[in-house]
Design a protein around this ligand. Structure first.
Ligand code: SF4
Length: 229
């Protein structure tokens, strides 16, 4: 997404009325019953990490649970991939690496996305083309809904959701800006053709280089198909 659009999304998010979103939170009335469904592949494809999530996890458990976030953003003409952040690894069955089958093994340091689930915001245009936000995420399929949530908790949820959404958009914006600068300085260009070719080779077993944007710079990871989960 272009920087201009991301900046607009940040502005739109900032001007979205708190009261409107608080009403969604009150109406949904979600309470986590620790069923763990949202930690499985049935509910989530991967757990994206904001920089501060990744840092917390690295400090506590090291880097062994991190992987470049799947669906790399782009590839350069030399066949190297770029992605805007890390994700948690998954188990062979697709469940989160921290999920024990009944609970989160590292609940205290769980990523922000896990804290806000299922209150993440989905941005989409309304009938007049204006970006609107609505709550998504496994509605009525896990946890307990339509509970009375006290105002303090509603406000806390709103604050956490906004922190996450702003954090995500800002990370995306910084990544885009850095890519532009990095490609210019290194005389690189974006190549969709190379992206497809390298992905085909990767599926056949070739290791690929992925540059992960973390804390304002790239960290190089070399991954084989076996390491992808
Ligand atoms: S980090 Fe913990 S809470 Fe988040 S998906 Fe994984 S197991 Fe679930």
């Amino acid at each position: 997404m272009e920087a201009f659009n991301i900046e607009k999304e940040i502005r739109d998010l900032g001007s979205f009325p708190d009261e409107k979103y608080l009403n969604i939170i009150r109406e949904v009335g979600f309470v986590c019953d620790r069923c763990g469904k949202c930690c499985t592949s049935e509910f989530n494809d991967h757990i994206f990490l904001l920089d501060d999530d990744a840092q917390r996890i690295i400090e506590d458990t090291g880097r062994e649970y991190l992987r470049p976030a799947p669906y790399f953003d782009l590839c350069d003409n030399l066949g190297r991939f770029y992605v805007m952040g890390y994700a948690l690894k998954t188990k062979p069955n697709g469940d989160c690496i921290f999920y024990t089958g009944s609970s989160c093994e590292h609940y205290e340091i769980r990523p922000r996305i896990c804290k806000i689930y299922p209150y993440m915001l989905h941005r989409e245009p309304d009938e007049d083309g204006n970006i609107d936000f609505r709550q998504i995420g496994g509605l009525d399929e896990h946890g307990s809904y339509h509970n009375e949530i006290d105002e303090e908790t509603c406000t806390e949820i709103l604050k956490t959701v906004k922190e996450y959404e702003f954090g995500f958009l800002r990370q995306q914006l910084k990544f885009n800006e850095y890519i532009e600068k990095y490609f210019k300085e290194n005389n690189l260009r974006i190549s969709q053709q190379m992206y497809d070719r390298m992905m085909r080779l990767h599926k056949k077993g070739k290791a690929i280089e992925v540059y992960v944007f973390y804390k304002g710079r790239f960290e190089k990871e070399v991954i084989t198909p076996a390491q992808i989960s």
